[in-house]
Design a protein. Sequence first.
Length: 200
Amino acid sequence: MSVPARPAAPAQAPADPNLPMVGEPAVPFFEIETLRAQQFIPVAKETLADLIAEQAQGKLIRPVFNWAGRNSLFPLHWGLACCAIEFAAAFGARWDAERFGVVPRSSPRQCDLLIVNGTVTWKVAHKLITLYEQMPEPKWVIAMGNCATGGGPFRTAYSVVPGVDKLVPVDVYIAGCPPRPEALLDGILLLETLIRERGE
Ligand code: SF4
């Protein structure tokens, strides 16, 4: 029985004089270092810039932004019932709420404060929620008067929401039926204190 002959080994390709020898790096060492430095420096700069921006935002920009925001609250120009008359009086010449930087606006997209000043019925509840959701963050809510706070004299009526906090989160409650304009100004100043303490 004869043994088959082994296939001949493939012919070796001629060595390329440009390829590195065994044991030598494909790219000279100093070029690797240069390449690493070129890639490292932009990444390091970007990371450092992000870090500085984050620190600046947290320690410098954010407090200034909060200070400006809480001293220029823009309530929505929106009235529901008799408390709205007191709301309007607070912005008249006698009480002049604008001296605190509080300027009512007519679009929820320009407002950061919703003052609910009257009886809220279930029929209007979804409108109130829509207005609140259209306001940009950060935003706050004041329940002005007994009706907005807990339904007031109409609390047991089938059609009245027993407190606007069933619909939106309330930051400050103002008691009274109706509360006087001074009480509204006091509530606004209390809200400014809350915003400062919360760091919002
Ligand atoms: S709390 Fe009194 S004044 Fe204000 S909306 Fe209700 S009933 Fe009117």
